[in-house]
Design a binder for this molecule. Structure first.
Ligand SMILES: [Zn+2]
Ligand SMILES: [Zn+2]
Length: 437
């Protein structure tokens, strides 16, 4: 083993001067408890001693005199054996660790974070040198330049800032671009979960560009570029941007209600993602008050709390049961008994629903089977031409079509059971069940 190390190390040294970090990296996996530069210095020291020993033996003097205290010292005593100057592998990069740590600390100024990670993008030249080095020495115990750089700069930044490097999910990743002598930051988004109530009709969940001009502005949209003046997203986002010092927000809803439907009860789960936030420790109670003041009378949020990124997929994929309150109108007078028995039929039967005409342009044209869990008649008008009902059903059931039948595309349906035309005049979501984050 010693022989192998000596042979490898000597071979590398014939290429030119190599720094302690790069020498140590070659044997990184051979010894624990040492940093690579300590390991490299030790290898060089041992090599110098070996060379000295050989020389003395040849000149009939086998006594080892003054042990060299460091590899540099040893190198001096060896003279011609160890080349001097800048490391031919890293081109002096590991002499600039403090410089890189300073650059990272400067770049991070102004950002609130608990954990960070250093990444390194080596220049083409360094990658080539690394290949030459490994070709000569083998890679069995070696560690790449990137790994050493990330760890050494990371350790310095940890000390300077009192923050923790985290390999898994750091708040900020600082990428060292060696060729550009520049640090790039990747800032992890901040995710805030909550539930929203929509108190007025005619508000889409997210911004909806004008269908005619696709957002450029035209007579149809009164040059606003949009179909609706405001959205739930836009009523929540601005205060989040302000509080987090974020660049932007992205809104993730657990499904969405129709534009003309209210969202009542304890609201619909959502996650608002603050993009490139300066702050991560926001007072969420205060944020909630601010949003509710800003969106007053239109949208209200409750139960704000921090979540991690996987929660976004979780709420988007959740197939939550829904409870709706519907105000229905009929084309002819109906009796209470006929309405009750018609409601009873849709509870007992599986609902076969072909994608409704109004959404078929954006969803696959399929037949889906859904269930209605219960129905309840709240009120039938004295003239028998309108009623208010409550429907508890599986997520993904289109209730407007459950009532109208959508020209036979939803079966069974209420209109058919009543043998009149039936329509939903008003729709409110009063409960979304079972999404627990
Ligand atoms: Zn080096
Ligand atoms: Zn337009």
């Amino acid at each position: 083993m010693m022989d192998h190390i000596f042979r490898t190390a000597s071979a590398i040294l014939t290429e030119g001067h190599i720094c302690d970090h790069c020498m140590g990296r070659l044997f990184a996996k051979l010894s624990t408890g040492l940093t690579n530069d300590q390991r490299g210095a030790a290898v060089k020291l041992a090599l110098a001693m070996e060379a000295d020993h050989t020389r003395r033996e040849t000149s009939n003097n086998s006594l080892l005199q003054d042990l060299a205290p460091s590899s540099i010292h040893a190198r001096k005593s060896l003279g011609q054996d160890v080349p001097q100057g800048r490391c031919w592998v890293c081109n002096g990069l590991f002499e600039q660790l403090d410089h890189w740590a300073d650059q990272v600390v400067d770049a991070l100024a102004g950002y609130e974070f608990d954990t960070f990670l250093i990444g390194t993008r080596p220049s083409g030249l360094l990658l080539e040198n690394e290949e030459i080095l490994w070709a000569g020495s083998g890679t069995q115990w070696a560690e790449p330049l990137k790994t050493e750089m990330n760890r050494e700069v990371g350790r310095r930044v940890e000390e300077m800032l009192g923050k923790r490097a985290d390999l898994n999910r750091p708040h900020i990743t600082a990428l060292l671009d060696i060729a550009k002598d520049n640090v790039e930051l990747e800032i992890r988004s901040l995710y805030i979960f909550g539930r929203y109530r929509k108190l007025i009709r005619g508000i889409p969940q997210t911004r909806w560009p004008c269908r005619e001009c696709r957002g450029k502005g035209c007579p149809r949209c009164n040059y606003t570029g949009r179909m609706y003046p405001v959205s739930v997203d836009e009523l929540i986002g601005p205060e989040v941007i302000k509080a987090a010092g974020a660049k932007d927000t992205v809104f993730h809803g657990a499904g969405r209600e129709d534009i003309d439907a209210l969202m009542l009860g304890d609201g619909r789960p959502f996650i608002v993602e603050a993009v490139q936030p300066l702050k991560r420790h926001i007072d969420l109670t205060r944020l909630q008050h601010r949003i509710n003041r800003y969106a007053a009378g239109k949208v209200e949020v409750l139960g704000l709390k921090y979540v991690e990124h996987p929660a976004v997929e979780a709420i988007k994929e959740a197939k939550a049961d829904k409870v709706y309150r519907l105000r229905l109108t009929f084309s002819a007078k109906i009796s209470e008994e006929s309405l009750i028995s018609a409601l009873d039929i849709i509870v007992r039967a599986p609902i076969m629903q072909t994608t409704p005409t109004r959404v078929v342009h954006r969803r696959a044209d399929l037949v889906r089977e859904r269930k209605v869990h219960y129905t309840e008649l709240e009120e039938l008008s004295p003239d028998g031409l309108s009623a208010t009902i409550v429907v508890g059903c599986q997520g993904g059931l289109y209730v407007k079509e459950l009532v109208s039948g959508d020209e036979g595309r939803t079966k069974p349906n209420l209109a058919e059971n009543l043998d009149v035309e039936a329509k939903v005049a008003e729709l409110d979501v009063i409960k979304i069940e079972g999404i627990i984050i």
